[in-house]
Design a protein around this ligand. Structure first.
Ligand code: ARG
Length: 462
């Protein structure tokens, strides 16, 4: 057991207590960030004369050799060390002697871990943003190619009005725009550096916190209150909340893919590379990737609830409860990253059956509103038009046909206002093409959005 403390203890830690307390099993993932923070801290200590130039150099070289060896697989981070901070300091001291013991001057593991976690999360926020960007690129392609692919739009999972595939995919593109802007907000708000806050009350050494904050790339400079700095995990809660919303969007999308891929709908066919079979039923080709994405949503929500609950009763400042932040956050990041990667692969290789979607849009009375609007344009009050069309729909349902199949006599039996142009007015193409309000599925309107998405994807987000 390599611990950074022990002077005031008379007996060694119980083995089970050691394991229970140790975080090395999961915080070893922070080794790059821990060393990045330590390099900045050591440089600042040397610049301010708190340690000698010589020690500063030895520390920097030692830290760089450790990270090189970790990356090369030459040293293993084992549970001989309590946490990643102990690992780095112990190995450093083994390599450079007393100078290694000076690294922790004016620092506590509390500000150290707060920094490590922020550095790690910052990268993760950007990486998730990048994954969303790739998904949006895939959606943008589908949108460009399907401005005139008709499909039914649904409410209550009942056919409602016709839309296009481009419009439907555009709805998800919009959700991912919001997700990405949330990530950016989080990034901007968390962009201050806790290093130099000490255990909770700062330090008596003349640390240059501006220097380390700048060195580590924190745009807002050092954090303002040392007690808050070591115990702030708000940014993790915000991040988990953003990740949960991303998963909620992916889960809704997955649900649609599952429905569309079903034998009953057949709107899409998921590529073989992203489907799985059954061990007993030879005919099966299952949408497991979509189902797993839908399923894993619960796991990410769980991480958010876990983090909120962990934090709710913690008195200022640092308490060990906070160590619980790591596993849930890491798991949520891994889960969302995997889900975005696989979902993008699935969506970009999925075949849309345009003919099936169009037929479905024709069959479900999705033009009933347009038929009512036809009467309104000829002076019939909307409420009366609604009831006239309702009766005609009922007639079609009884006779098993579409409104487009009604004869002129049948139209006229409900209202003399109907004329030959009704057929053109309720044709699927007309129903979609005429929807040209901003944000509607009509070709011209949606083409503007498609162009906007191209511009959007060209912009650097961070
Ligand atoms: N492993 C700890 C964590 O993740 C590091 C901070 C330890 N600080 C302490 N005072 N015990 O939170």
């Amino acid at each position: 057991m390599a611990q950074l403390w022990g002077g005031r203890f008379q007996s060694a830690t119980d083995q089970d207590a050691y394991r229970f307390n140790a975080s090395i099993y999961f915080d070893k993932r922070l080794v790059h960030e821990d060393i990045e923070g330590s390099l900045a801290h050591a440089e600042m200590l040397a610049r301010t004369g708190i340690i000698s130039e010589e020690d500063g150099k030895a520390i920097a070289e030692g830290l760089k050799s450790i990270i090189a060896d970790v990356d090369a697989g030459k040293i293993e981070i084992t549970d001989k060390y309590e946490d990643v901070h102990s690992f780095v300091e112990a190995v450093l001291t083994e390599r450079i002697g007393d100078a290694g013991k000076r690294l922790h001057t004016g620092r506590s593991r509390n500000d150290q871990v707060a920094l490590d976690m922020k550095l790690y999360t910052r990268k993760a926020v950007k990486a998730v943003d990048e994954s969303l960007f790739h998904l949006q690129e895939a959606l943008s392609d589908i949108i460009d190619n399907n401005l005139d692919t008709f499909m039914p739009g649904f409410t209550h999972l009942q056919k409602a009005q016709p839309v296009t595939l481009a419009h439907h995919m555009g709805a998800y593109f919009e959700m991912f725009i919001r997700d990405r802007s949330r990530l950016k907000d989080i990034y901007n708000r968390m962009d201050s550096c806790p290093l130099g806050s000490g255990a909770l009350a700062g330090t008596t050494y003349p640390l240059d916190r501006e220097f380390t904050a700048e060195k580590l790339g924190f745009k807002l400079g050092p954090t303002r209150n040392s007690m808050d700095s070591v115990s702030d995990r708000d940014y993790l809660i915000e991040f988990l909340s953003a990740l949960s919303t991303i998963m909620m969007h992916l889960s809704r999308f997955s649900e649609e893919v599952i429905i569309w891929n079903s034998n009953e709908y057949r709107f899409v066919e998921i590529d073989d590379r992203f489907s799985t079979g059954s061990s007993i039923m030879p005919q099966k080709k299952n949408p497991d990737i979509a189902e797993l994405v839908r399923g894993k949503t619960g796991r990410v929500y769980g991480a958010l609830m876990s983090m909120l609950t962990t934090m709710k009763g913690i008195p200022l400042a640092y308490d060990k409860d906070m160590q619980e932040d790591k596993e849930v956050v890491f798991d949520a990041i891994d889960t969302v990253t995997d889900c975005l990667h696989l979902f993008t692969g699935m969506v970009s290789t999925m075949k849309f059956r345009n003919d099936v979607m169009e037929k479905s849009a024709k069959n479900g009375f999705t033009n009933a509103t347009d038929a009512a609007d036809y009467l309104v344009k000829k002076g019939v009050p909307f409420r009366d038009a609604h009831s006239i069309i309702g009766r005609l729909v009922l007639k079609c349902l009884e006779e098993g046909k579409a409104m487009d199949d009604l004869t002129m006599d049948e139209w006229k039996s409900e209202s003399e206002v109907f004329e030959d142009d009704i057929y053109e007015a309720i044709a699927l193409r007309t129903c979609v093409e005429k929807r040209l309000t901003f944000g509607a599925p009509g070709h011209e309107s949606m083409a503007k959005n498609a162009a906007f998405y191209h511009e959007y994807l060209k912009k650097q987000s961070f």
